[in-house]
Design a protein around this ligand. Structure first.
Ligand code: ADP
Ligand code: GLC
Length: 666
């Protein structure tokens, strides 16, 4: 989804833009070529066997036949697609639609771009006012859009004035006491979502929690995010204007406004890339036709912003396909710019989503040189480019979010057709399991709960949360019932077809089920149906509700995670920390974090099953019920063991820090 656009090779030769001037294609090619990967390996890599697993995003990609002919000039993907997005993507010059008007060649309509950008700057709050002098300094730049476009990498000639300004602190609470003697490193996180600004799943949790933990390990962390319009106003209001410039993008022939809005919290600096043309949608992700230009822009703008701010990190740590082009840009178009010094790490949170589109389109928006589209890098199959695949090829290290998933993705079953590519790069692949943020997830202080509890009093106080949950959801209020929760995106990944098949058998009169999630209509409707047919015992909350999620973690007895695949999974970690026993399939991070309960020794953290099979899931639930109803003493022991289990970020953040040090040995 994330395609970052850089200037095209052709443009480089025009010398129009600084970036182009600095990176002669030939030089870049030499420096940047990823390790030559035998083409055969990729070609022969067996395609993922499960047809159903086709990434939803990919489904949106039109069949090859429908893709724009590989006209190198202007492969705007949009042309053939009558969606509004496509209009956006249409080559500006050729299509005089309203959108295209917006996209008029920069030189001709610089003002419109500035106008668009203005409100963002205006939104800056009083904090912004503090930074007013800096803003004034930058004002002239805004009036000269064309020249700015030439300087996404302005540092050598004239360090960005804003960079010298004292950083306006909105909140500051670096816990100096925990600053160790560890070597200091600077890290730029680049990703598409981050709690509490915008979150659709676990990526948002990781982008929030890991930087905070790294700060405690003597890291200087900046998180670079899109400034989506859907970010809650209270955060928008606290952002401080940090600067702005214009940047060219691929073969669009336009220069784009890049605003930088900053927010600082607990020692982590958040820099939001502002551009209303790309980020005004209510949802961060819409469809590939929209998302490809959006994340091309974001990826390139993120690197250009680092140069602009003159903040050159030791490590650039990017996440998922939306940032997959960052390592590619870094070693090509940005190689000779200051940020080109940084080492790069790409973390795969979910291999199913890869950002695949036809090559002409991705060339059009990314402007990456031809050699980046070779088989060992971006090229995927005969006609497609794959942004995550490119990132894997060019990154200095690739990580994923559990050891088991790191192994699984090198197999055809879980490799989503990139298993051959990943095996080829296995030398730089690591698995580091996620943790959870103990401040955000703490039953002793959680404001969403009716009654807080900790390890010492969980057995007395958890029940109050169960009764409150039953009341809240219209379930029969009975502390004797076994309550099973499920908190999930409702997608094919999460094993919901298994759940659907066994609900009637699970609801035996002593059991209640609570589902919280949104996603595929098929699953939403199924769960609504069960709520209607099993009133008082089945609750379907088809919504995204953070506070309710907290109450389910606290009020349920067990939490279901029967995923088809699960890179890490956070819900089982949250559940354990709240004394709720997980029932999981033994895959990915679920396998690494939930030890199976052994009824003979009493060891373990939850109930597990291996093969993806509804009968085995039902068996695991029945084993849990048996233990709950007939062996409560042991059940309670596991409750306490799980609450005591270390599922924090502490260990895992150390492993990331070690990886950073491994890459920057000086
Ligand atoms: P994934 O990233 O694949 O969706 P994870 O288990 O890693 O799965 O993370 C899911 C995160 O999103 C957890 O923090 C979970 O509590 C949260 N979550 C999922 N669905 C909902 C929902 N409907 N309402 C509130 N929180 C949700
Ligand atoms: C992805 C995975 C999930 C993981 C999360 C955070 O969304 O599906 O398993 O926990 O990313 O890394």
């Amino acid at each position: 989804m994330v395609q970052r656009k850089a200037t095209s090779t052709k443009k480089k030769t025009t010398g129009k833009k600084v970036m182009n001037k600095k990176v002669p294609a030939s030089t870049a090619a030499k420096k940047a070529s990823p390790a030559a990967e035998p083409v055969d390996i990729v070609k022969q890599a067996p395609a993922a066997p499960v047809v159903e697993q086709a990434a939803p995003v990919e489904k949106k990609v039109p069949p090859v036949a429908e893709k724009p002919a590989p006209v190198e000039k202007k492969a705007a993907p949009v042309v053939e697609k009558p969606t509004p997005v496509e209009k956006k993507a249409a080559p500006v010059v050729e299509k005089p639609t309203p959108v295209e008007k917006k996209a008029a060649p920069v030189v001709e309509k610089p003002v419109s771009v500035e106008k668009k950008a203005t409100p963002a700057a205006k939104k800056a709050t009083s904090a912004t006012k503090k930074a007013a002098p800096a803003k004034k300094k930058d004002a002239p730049a805004a009036k000269k859009p064309a020249p700015v476009a030439e300087a996404p990498i302005p540092t050598v000639v004239e360090p960005a004035p804003m960079a010298k300004e004292p950083t306006p602190v909105v909140e500051e609470a670096i816990p100096m006491s925990v600053m160790s003697n560890l070597p200091r490193r600077s890290i730029a996180f680049i990703g598409s979502e981050c709690h509490p600004f915008v979150k659709t799943g676990g990526l948002g949790d990781v982008m929030y929690a890991l930087p905070r933990q790294l700060v405690k390990l003597n890291c200087d962390v900046r998180v670079i995010l899109p400034r989506y319009a859907c970010i809650p106003q209270k955060y928008q209001d606290q952002m401080v204007y940090r600067g702005e410039f214009y940047m060219d993008l691929g073969h669009t022939g336009r220069n784009y406004y890049v605003g930088i809005m900053e927010y600082i919290c607990d020692g982590v600096v958040y820099d939001f890339i502002d551009n209303q043309e790309f980020f005004s949608n209510g949802n961060p992700y819409t469809n590939l036709v929209d998302d490809i230009p959006k994340y091309c822009f974001f990826s390139k703008a993120a690197l250009a912003a680092l140069n602009y701010m003159n903040w050159i990190p030791d490590i650039i740590h990017c996440h998922d396909w939306q940032a997959g082009l960052v390592p590619v840009y870094l070693r090509t178009l940005f190689a000779d710019s200051p940020v080109g010094r940084a080492r790069s790490i790409l973390t795969i949170h979910n291999l199913r989503f890869q950002g695949i589109y036809n090559i002409p389109t991705i060339k059009y928006w990314s402007g990456l040189p031809d050699h980046a589209f070779q088989m060992g890098a971006l090229k995927d199959g005969y006609q497609d480019a794959n942004m995550l695949k490119g990132g894997i090829a060019y990154a200095d290290r690739v990580t994923t979010v559990s050891g088991t998933y790191a192994w699984e993705i090198q197999t055809p079953e879980y490799g989503e057709h990139l298993d051959g590519h990943l095996r080829y790069h296995s030398g730089k692949l690591r698995g580091i399991v996620n943790g959870i943020d103990y401040d955000m997830w703490n039953p002793a202080t959680d404001p969403a709960l009716v009654e807080n509890y900790d390890l010492g009093n969980v057995l007395e106080h958890k029940m109050a949360n169960k009764l409150a949950l039953q009341r809240e959801l219209g379930l029969e209020e009975d502390e004797g019932k076994f309550v099973i929760g499920l908190i999930s995106r409702l997608t094919n990944q999460k094993g919901l077809d298994l759940v659907r098949d066994i609900i009637p058998q699970v609801l035996d009169g002593n059991t209640q089920v609570v589902v919280l999630g949104t996603g595929d209509k098929e699953y939403e409707d199924t769960f609504r149906y069960y709520e209607n047919t099993h009133k008082g015992t089945f609750a379907a909350c088809i919504q995204y509700d953070e506070a309710r999620a907290h109450r389910i973690y606290a009020g349920a007895d067990a939490l279901l995670v029967p995923s088809r695949f699960e890179p890490c999974g956070l819900t089982q970690l949250n559940a354990m920390h709240y004394g709720t026993l997980p029932i999981v399939r033994e895959t990915g991070g679920l396998k690494d974090t939930v030890a199976p309960y052994n009824p003979f020794t009493g060891d373990g953290n939850g109930f597990t099953f291996d093969r993806y099979d509804a009968g085995l899931l039902l068996d695991a639930i029945n084993r849990a019920k048996t233990e709950y109803f007939t062996n409560r003493y042991h059940w309670d022991e596991v409750v306490q063991r799980d609450m005591d289990k270390d599922v924090s970020w502490e260990n895992s953040a150390r492993q990331y820090k070690d990886l950073y040090l491994e890459l920057t040995q000086w």
